[in-house]
Design a protein around this ligand. Structure first.
Ligand code: DGT
Length: 228
C-alpha cells in the first residue's frame, strides 16, 4: 500500500502527528542485524543502519579503532560520538510507515557503556557524565520505539562470525568480551534486572546460519503489516 494511503488512514483516525512504527534491531556483535535490515528493504520501510563508517572516520580519526586499542583513554570520546550519532538517527523524521533502526541509544548506554564501567575501563567520572547526557537526552527527546527485535545468539556463534568477517578493528576482540555483551543484552532485554526496556521485545533465534534466517525473520512480517 502507498504512503499516501497510510497518511490518509492516520489523518482519518484523528492522529495529531504522523509517527512511524519504530523498530530497534538489537543483538550482540555479529548477530545478523544488517542481514535483518536488508531483508526488510522495501519502499514502505525506512532503514537506518548503524553509522559505523562515521565512527571509523571522524575528520580522519578512527574512533572505533582507538576505542578497541585503548578503551580507558578513548571510551568516553567514542561513546560520546556514538550517543550523538544515535540521537541524530532517532530524531530524523520519516515519511515511511515503518522506521527500522540498527541498535539504539539504549544499547549503547545499557550494554556498551555499562560494560566499560563494570570492567573498570571507564573512570567513574566519565561514566557519570555520559549517564547525565543520556538521561537528559532521553527525557527531552521522544526516542521511544514501538518494538525491539532481539536477535538472540550464543557468544560462541557470533565469535566465529566475527572472525570470519574480519573487520580490522575487531581483530583483537576476545570471546570473553562477547560473553559479557551477551549477558548485558540478556539482562536488559529479557531479565530486565537493572534497566527499563523502552518497548516490547520480540526474540528471534539468530544462531542459525545466516542463510537460514529468512524463516525467523518472516515471524515479524505480521507485526509490520499491521502497522501499514
Ligand atoms: P551485525 O549486522 O549484527 O553483524 O552487526 P555489527 O556487528 O556489524 O554491528 P554492531 O553494532 O554489533 O557492532 C559494530 C561495531 O561497533 C562492533 O565492533 C561493536 C561496536 N559498537 C557498536 N556500538 C557500540 C557502542 O556503543 N560502544 C562500543 N564500545 N562499541 C560499539
Amino acid at each position: 500500500r502507498s504512503t499516501a494511503h497510510w497518511l490518509n488512514k492516520r489523518v482519518m483516525a484523528g492522529a495529531v502527528s504522523v509517527k512511524p512504527f519504530t523498530v530497534f534491531v538489537e543483538g550482540n556483535i555479529g548477530s545478523g542485524k544488517t542481514t535483518f535490515l536488508n531483508h526488510f528493504a522495501r519502499p514502505d520501510v525506512d532503514l537506518l543502519s548503524e553509522p559505523v563508517d562515521m565512527w571509523r572516520n571522524v575528520e580522519g580519526h578512527n574512533l572505533l579503532g582507538l576505542m578497541y586499542e585503548n578503551p580507558s583513554r578513548w571510551g568516553l570520546t567514542f561513546q560520546t560520538y556514538v550517543q550523538l550519532t544515535m540521537l541524530d538517527l532517532h530524531t530524523r523524521t520519516s515519511t515511511h510507515p515503518v522506521k527500522m533502526m540498527e541498535r539504539s541509544i539504549y544499547s549503547a548506554r545499557y550494554c556498551f557503556v555499562e560494560n566499560l564501567a563494570r570492567e573498570e575501563l571507564m573512570p567513574a567520572a566519565d561514566y557519570v557524565v555520559l549517564d547525565e547526557w543520556f538521561k537528559w537526552i532521553t527525557s527531552h527527546f521522544h526516542i521511544g520505539g514501538d518494538l525491539i527485535v532481539y536477535l538472540r545468539t550464543c557468544p560462541e556463534v557470533v565469535f566465529e562470525r566475527m572472525k570470519a568477517r574480519a573487520r580490522e578493528e575487531e581483530s583483537c576482540v576476545p570471546l570473553e568480551y562477547l560473553r559479557k555483551l551477551h549477558k548485558l543484552h540478556e539482562d536488559w532485554l529479557l531479565n530486565q534486572t537493572k534497566f527499563c526496556c523502552p518497548a516490547p521485545v520480540m526474540v528471534l533465534d539468530a544462531n542459525r546460519d545466516l542463510s537460514e534466517m529468512e524463516e525467523e525473520f518472516r515471524k515479524c512480517e505480521p507485526i509490520f503489516s499491521a502497522a501499514l
